[in-house]
Design a protein around this ligand. Structure first.
Ligand SMILES: Cc1cc2nc3c(=O)[nH]c(=O)nc-3n(C[C@H](O)[C@H](O)[C@H](O)COP(=O)(O)OP(=O)(O)OC[C@H]3O[C@@H](n4cnc5c(N)ncnc54)[C@H](O)[C@@H]3O)c2cc1C
Length: 345
């Protein structure tokens, strides 16, 4: 069973490496690839790493990150900071680090930036530990590896600031994807079931305030350090996009090359992405790619997770319908002006 799992992670790693070729073959300028670390190692092991990371001081967290980063940079991995792990878990960790190293090297060779996804709070600290290590190993010149910050969490601001500090202390550039968060229902359910306080803000408004606070924080940091920090404002929320643009203008951050990107799902909220791109901002459309049966649940989850996106789709539908009517009207006007026969489809 154990062996089968590891072989599945190996296969997934190979598929991820093929995605780099795909990105390269599309000839897109500064491509991004989203990575779910749970695809290349077991969530149970990440949860164990999360425990270790959570119960460590900032100084010890830095030692843990440094140790994994060293292994990704070709040195021997010091396992002593991970002595709480069982021998089998350590073995598994070594394999996972090796896979992440391969992914980082490929990203570096092909200059494809990696956005590591954030998932559930019980594994996020472990994901951060591995992602920060990748940053230290591969972000020496510019932010190639980026971590994700879910602003529906009460702790996000402190997490973002302390992780930025760790990477800076270890000499890496920093990349951040700022999202609201996709696992609201599950997080609240889990907290109720296990009897701990919900990690999620109590209202949508509080999440919004936190989102805007985190964006302002990173923009101010970019304003100070320039290209050593990059962010992607990954949202379908018009107000957040507007706020980011206003702050960028105030700080004179270049729309295209100032290190700030905007991200939306492909096929969603084009009424935000297209005007942004035509105004010269860097826009990323996230395209879920894979076998139909695996991609559909992802899309269904996205739709179910928040009504806001569904409302956005309704708005988008109305806008498309208005545009279609406007074009038909224009065509009819032109045809009657030139006395042409109108054909209906
Ligand atoms: C490019 C891209 C990458 C993404 N990557 C990730 C990722 O790695 N990890 C991840 O978790 N998600 C990710 N997401 C999804 C994201 O977290 C949101 O679920 C989605 O974008 C909807 O939020 P919004 O800001 O676009 O829209 P909005 O409609 O403004 O916000 C909806 C969000 O607000 C929050 N919210 C809603 N109601 C409440 C409430 N009552 N109390 C508190 N908060 C509330 C929830 O987070 C909800 O998803 C990604 C999205 C994009 C576009």
């Amino acid at each position: 069973m154990f062996f089968m799992q590891e072989s599945t992670f190996d296969k997934n790693t190979q598929k991820i490496l093929q995605c780099f070729d795909l990105s390269e073959s599309l000839g897109v300028e500064s491509p991004f690839l989203q990575l779910k670390i749970t695809g290349v190692m077991s969530a149970d092991l990440i949860a164990r790493l999360s425990d270790i990371y959570n119960h460590s001081s900032i100084a010890t967290r830095q030692i843990l990150v440094k140790s994994v980063a060293a292994s990704m940079s070709g040195q021997d991995m010091r396992m002593q900071p991970f002595d709480q792990l069982e021998p089998k878990e350590r073995e598994s960790l070594m394999l996972a680090v090796q896979r992440l190293k391969e992914i980082g090297q490929c990203a570096s060779k092909k200059t494809v930036r990696i956005l590591v996804d954030a998932e559930y709070t019980y594994i996020n600290p472990g994901l951060s530990l591995l992602t920060l290590a990748m940053m230290v190993a591969f972000n020496q010149q510019f932010p190639l590896i980026w971590n994700t910050y879910q602003c529906y969490l009460k702790k996000t601001f402190e997490t973002a600031a302390s992780e930025l500090g760790i990477v800076q202390n270890l000499g890496g550039c920093f990349g951040a994807k700022v999202v609201r968060g996709a696992y609201l229902t599950q997080e609240r359910l889990r907290a109720t079931k296990l009897g701990y306080p919900s990690p999620i803000w109590d209202s949508y408004e509080l999440t919004n305030q936190n989102y805007n606070r985190v964006i302002r924080y990173f923009l101010e940091h970019i304003n100070q350090v320039g290209p050593r920090c990059n962010i992607i404002v990954a949202t379908h929320n018009e107000e957040s996009v507007q706020l980011a643009i206003e702050r960028m203008r105030e700080m004179n951050i270049d729309p295209l090359n100032g290190g700030v990107h905007f991200g939306q799902l492909y096929g969603m909220c084009d009424q935000i992405s297209f005007p942004l791109a035509s105004a010269g901002y860097a826009v990323y459309k996230c395209v879920p790619y894979g076998p139909m049966l695996e991609v559909l649940p992802f899309l269904a989850r996205r739709a179910m997770e928040n009504q806001g996106v569904l409302m956005g789709s309704r708005k988008e539908k109305t806008l498309l319908w208005q545009e279609l009517k406007r074009r038909m009207k224009n065509t009819l006007k032109m045809k009657s002006k030139h006395n042409l026969k109108v054909e209906t489809v």
